[in-house]
Design a protein around this ligand. Sequence first.
Ligand SMILES: [Zn+2]
Length: 255
Amino acid sequence: MQPFEIYALKYAGPFTSSGAFLMWMKDWDRTEERNCYLWCIKGPETTVVVDTGVRPQLAASKKMNGYTDPKELLERIGVSAEAVRHVVLTHIHWDHAAGVSLFPQAKIYLQEKEYRFWIKDRIATRPAFRFYTDDAANLHLASLEKTQRLILLDGDREILPGIECLSAPGHSVALQAVAVNTSQGTAVLGSDSAHVFRNFKEDWPSALIIDLVGWMQTYDKLRAKAASVDLLFPGHDPLMTRDYPQVAEGVTRLV
Ligand SMILES: [Zn+2]
């Protein structure tokens, strides 16, 4: 099986906050930066996009700092969003899912529990949850239900040879990570199971905790799956932009 390459596409940022956002209940007096990303997994025959970024209108209304249209970023590495066939949504927070309409041909892979919570459960309409979601993206996803474009997964599943979705709850009801066969062994895109590398390395969660016990079990699972902790990638770390080879403006190669 040919190994895949993984690219991080920084579509917005930096944003600053107290360090306690990135390292839960620690670092209150530190100011830390984070970026927003989507990722592209490229193989000789297959391209999979992980998360979607945010469509331009929403980014403008939220005045997102340093925003670039995800379609433009993908074009810089030779990928047409219109032609992408596979999109994994790690979870339905707006900064990961609110570009889903940019991929009109893609199958969307999502954990069924995550979908049911955000689309069907009235609890998700409460202010503490609505803050993290986007109505238009949710309506778009709901319009795909019962079509062949929405693939709802029940736990771990290899969706293509060498690419496996992994149930990884904690930060969201049913966040999923993505394990990828690469030339360096199995890499794991952990998305917001960590905001920064330090979360994995110091065994400490970041913000927006739904289930802390589940989060720690997720850490055990993802560490066991990745060939090394250096191949376990978080959702928002500026180091993914800074410490990896840049292949185009806003795009770095992680593996
Ligand atoms: Zn999130």
